[in-house]
Write a protein that binds this ligand. Structure first.
Ligand code: FAD
Length: 318
């Protein structure tokens, strides 16, 4: 079922959903299910599965020269989505990124997803590879999420790459996209970022999931600005309970977000990570309660491979 149908069927009740990362190479589904199992009693109608592009590593050869090798540390998003749907009978939302794919590879991934009965995709550009300064599209690939949305919409209209004149069975993917309450880090200003967000919706995105934020006012302001700009689709808040003291600096540097002073001071004062995780859970519960009162259709949690804190938050709310 489509994500948007789940929102409609909820009749105003706030849903609980979460995002997982594919396990590292060499792990198996048991590891993944052991992260998901503790969260299933809160009835998530769908689970997001991230996609991770290749990274480059440099290995020194015997002659001293460096050899560039490609690795993909967390493969398997399509297969994982199918396994989750089959095992738990819930919908999945695979993330689909521009980075590392040309259009043919994207089409093949979408054909596989369609075969497997997966009705949703979160369409993203993806970040640049760590060794590069800026995002570079694959030759014959897409530069922005807007372009990737175009390809999914084409397939939803029965138009595949091989022959624009031939009509194929259309796919019917519900498209979600990313939004940034604190602005995407490359955007010169929020107004410009919102212009592109609006474009993503005009092209066919049916809902938005936000980058994590720790200050609800940033989300409320963002929703207000979106509505002013005529962006009227559901905006799902993405939340992350902080779990370690190092995340205080790690999360801002990775995700270009601010941590409010009150939370930062409380985490800093913690003697260890156990205490920090407790503060993180309490903060996330408080954030979630306020967002529920605001009437959000869904609270979406970033588990980042660890479900314990998300479970504690869900226990208090759902
Ligand atoms: P875009 O919407 O393409 O925007 C990128 C930048 O370009 C923005 O600054 C925007 O203002 C600007 N822009 C947009 N369209 C245009 C255009 N047509 N012309 C000119 N400028 C434009 N990354 C992963 O690798 N894998 C994941 O699974 C993943 N999941 C995510 C889930 C969520 C909910 C979020 C919020 C992020 C996720 N990311 C993931 C990170 C995301 O890929 C990065 O933030 C990336 O830098 C931007 O992706 P985007 O889809 O927002 O890009």
């Amino acid at each position: 079922m489509k994500v948007t149908d789940h929102f409609q069927n909820a009749n105003g009740k706030t849903l609980f959903t979460f995002e997982i990362l594919p396990p590292l190479k060499g792990e198996n589904m048991k590891t993944l299910f052991s992260h998901i199992d503790p969260l299933m009693e809160f009835n998530p109608p769908f689970i997001d599965v991230t996609y991770h592009r290749e990274e480059y590593v440099y290995k020194q050869r015997e002659n001293g020269l460096l050899e560039k090798r490609t690795t993909r540390k967390r493969p398997g998003t399509v297969g994982i989505c199918a396994a989750i749907q089959n095992h738990y009978k819930v919908d999945t939302v695979p993330h689909l990124i521009c980075g590392g794919f040309n259009k043919e590879e994207t089409e093949n991934a979408l054909i596989d997803l369609h075969f497997l009965g997966i009705d949703n995709v979160l369409v993203l550009r993806g970040d640049c590879v760590k060794s590069e300064q800026r995002f570079v599209a694959e030759p014959g690939g897409h530069n922005y999420a807007t372009e990737l949305i175009g390809q999914v919409v084409d397939m939803n209209n029965g138009c595949y790459l091989d022959d624009e004149q031939t009509f194929h069975n259309p796919t019917d993917f519900c498209i979600g996209v990313a939004g940034y309450p604190e602005k995407h880090f490359e955007a010169p200003n929020l107004k410009s970022d919102l212009r592109w967000l609006k474009k993503k919706v005009e092209l066919g995105a049916e809902y938005i999931v936000t980058q994590m934020f720790f200050d609800n006012q940033k989300y409320f302001d963002f929703v207000h600005r979106c509505r002013e700009e005529g962006i009227n689709v559901p905006i799902i808040p993405g939340l992350k309970p902080m779990t370690t003291k190092t995340q205080l600096t790690l999360l801002p540097s990775l995700f270009h977000i601010e941590i409010p002073c009150e939370l930062a001071d409380a985490i800093e004062a913690c003697p260890d990570n156990k205490a920090a995780a407790q503060v993180g859970v309490e903060w996330a519960i408080q954030q979630s309660r306020e967002l529920m009162e605001f009437g959000v259709p869904c609270l979406h949690y970033y588990s980042m491979g660890k479900s314990e804190s998300v479970r504690k938050v869900a226990e208090a709310l759902f």
